[in-house]
Design a protein around this ligand. Structure first.
Ligand code: 4EZ
Length: 232
């Protein structure tokens, strides 16, 4: 079974490419895809570029062109829940698009007809993650992730997203990848390590902690791949 590992930024994927060592590069739709075998599994790895559109494009290509049946997203996020500190890991139970708004027609934020506000991730992959975390003595929190095409650096926006989506963390790709995987029947796991608190210091914190937090997430994703035999 082919497994896709994706991130949004090169900093989120480089630690994984460094670890897998040898890979074949192909260019599709103006982006690079890296194929390799790691711990007995065929992988396709890529970073999409930031935001919902690029991430949906890359996720689609990894599933349709490369035949991935399972998608592991690795990256960083801004914290909403004050229990989440820089470097903490959060697994998305479900994701929503906080910037999707046709409320003028009486719909809820995040909803469009024939869609749904939340998309759930794969429960089997989440259970596997908790098992791996326990064995490695790593704390893996779970929660709702809100996605939108904005770098949030504003406490009032954070409160609005928390109040409307009950979200614990926010980023710019998870929910769009979830829409793609849900439509294509691909199992999804979304892991993020906190890089900032989406407040007025977010820009500075992000620059300081992007690489260290991205590595925390990437190294857990590789541990999951090493243990994925027990999955399905
Ligand atoms: C988007 N990613 C950040 C990309 C920032 C700067 C060149 C995660 C993220 C995030 N997204 C970390 N902190 C965030 C925040 N406060 N708001 C939105 O997935 C690109």
């Amino acid at each position: 079974m082919k497994i896709a590992i994706m991130g949004a930024m090169s900093e989120e994927i480089e630690p994984i490419l460094k670890e897998v060592k040898e890979y074949k590069v192909s260019k599709v739709a103006d982006n690079n895809y890296y194929e390799c075998n790691y711990a007995g599994h065929d992988l396709v790895i890529a970073y999409s570029k930031i935001g919902k559109v690029f991430s949906a494009l890359s996720a689609t290509i990894m599933c349709e062109r490369f035949g991935a049946k399972c998608m592991l997203f690795s990256g960083v996020a801004g914290a909403i829940n004050p229990n989440l500190k820089i470097g903490d890991l959060i697994v998305a139970t479900k994701l929503a698009q906080h910037d999707l708004d046709i409320t003028a027609f009486g719909h809820e934020y995040g909803y469009v007809p024939e869609g749904s506000v939340y998309i759930e991730t794969d429960a089997t992959l989440r259970a596997l993650a908790q098992k791996v975390a326990k064995e490695q003595n790593i704390e893996l929190k779970e929660g709702i992730i809100a996605t939108g095409d904005q770098f949030v650096a504003d406490e009032s926006r954070v409160e609005w997203i928390r109040d409307n989506f009950d979200a614990d963390a926010l980023e710019m790709e998870g929910a769009s990848v979830a829409v793609v995987c849900d439509a294509l029947g691909v199992d999804l796991f979304v892991l993020r390590a906190i890089s900032d608190s989406a407040d007025m210091d977010a820009g500075f914190d992000f620059d300081e902690f992007l690489c260290s937090s991205a590595k925390v997430s990437a190294s857990f994703i590789l541990k999951m791949v090493e243990n994925i035999d027990s999955y399905k």
